[in-house]
Design a protein. Structure first.
Length: 108
């Protein structure tokens, strides 16, 4: 199996069909396909139809993504809890966002 064909559920305990951490957070550094970075609440262009990362295992995958590891705290019991947690985290940590602009992007 080549590194390019690996997907998140193959290697770790990510919830299949979730993708919350590829939607909710902002990625402030430019990366392939998203030269301005990724705004909070926007689907990453590299998410496939099954919510898997097409860049998994590639050196082009952003370091932010590599650093994220699944945990009960972040992932919760379901996708909705993960989106809610990550939206809250975005409010606490993003200098570009206000609570109001984040709330407008998430239906949590
Ligand atoms: S590059 Fe991959 S892991 Fe990072 S946000 Fe996009 S789909 Fe998710």
């Amino acid at each position: 199996m080549s590194a390019k064909s690996l997907s998140i559920p193959d290697i770790c305990d990510c919830r299949q069909g979730c993708g919350a951490c590829c939607i909710a957070p902002s990625i402030v550094t430019p990366f392939v396909g998203m030269p301005e970075g990724k705004p909070a609440g926007v689907f990453c262009v590299h998410l496939d139809e099954d919510f898997r990362c097409r860049l998994y295992g590639s050196p082009e995958r952003p370091s932010f993504c590599v650093s994220l590891k699944p945990s009960l705290e972040m992932c919760g019991r379901n996708r909705e809890e993960a989106m809610e947690y990550l939206a809250q985290l975005e409010k606490w940590t993003s200098p570009r966002e206000t609570s109001e602009t984040v709330d407008q992007k998430f239906e949590v």
